[in-house]
Design a protein around this ligand. Structure first.
Ligand code: CO
Length: 134
C-alpha cells in the first residue's frame, strides 16, 4: 500500500510574480529557494521553504494554459496542495481503483527529477491535490 508521507507544499496562483514576491519574500521575509520556468506547464514557479513544507507561487506564462484559464476564471488565490507519497504509481492505481477522478493518470516527470500527478477537485471536495514522489 502506498503511503502519504508529508504535506510538501501549498500553491498559490499569482498574476504577477514580482508583486507576489514583494509580499512573500520581501514583506514576510521568507527565503526564495527557487524561481524557474516550467515550459511543460506553461508557468513560472517560485518556492519558499519553511521547516516542514513550502509555499509555491505559480504564475502562468501563456494565455491559454490550464493555469491561465484558472487565473482568468477565479482570480489569484489558493491553487493546490501537494502531498508527498512514497510510491506515486501505486497511489494513482489505488485512487483509480477507488473511482477517484485523476487529471494525470500516469506520473509526470519534472525537470528536477520529481514525479508528480494531479487529482481532479471533483473527487476531493473541491481542492486540487497534487501528489509528489521525491
Ligand atoms: Co505544486
Amino acid at each position: 500500500m502506498p503511503n502519504i508521507k508529508a504535506l510538501n507544499h501549498v500553491a498559490v496562483v499569482v498574476a504577477d510574480m514580482n508583486q507576489a514576491l514583494a509580499f512573500w519574500r520581501d514583506a514576510l521575509g521568507m527565503e526564495l529557494s527557487e524561481l524557474r520556468n516550467v515550459p511543460a506547464e506553461q508557468s513560472q514557479i517560485a518556492f519558499l521553504p519553511l521547516a516542514g513544507a513550502e509555499v509555491e507561487l505559480v504564475m502562468p506564462t501563456t494565455d491559454d494554459s490550464g493555469i491561465a484559464k484558472y487565473l482568468a476564471k477565479r482570480g489569484q488565490g489558493m491553487h493546490h496542495l501537494c502531498l508527498e507519497v512514497d510510491d506515486i504509481a501505486a497511489m494513482l492505481a489505488q485512487l483509480k481503483a477507488k473511482g477517484v477522478r485523476l487529471i494525470n493518470e500516469e506520473p509526470r516527470l519534472a525537470d528536477d527529477g520529481k514525479r508528480y500527478a494531479f487529482i481532479h477537485p471533483e473527487s476531493t471536495g473541491g481542492v486540487l491535490v497534487e501528489l509528489y514522489q521525491i
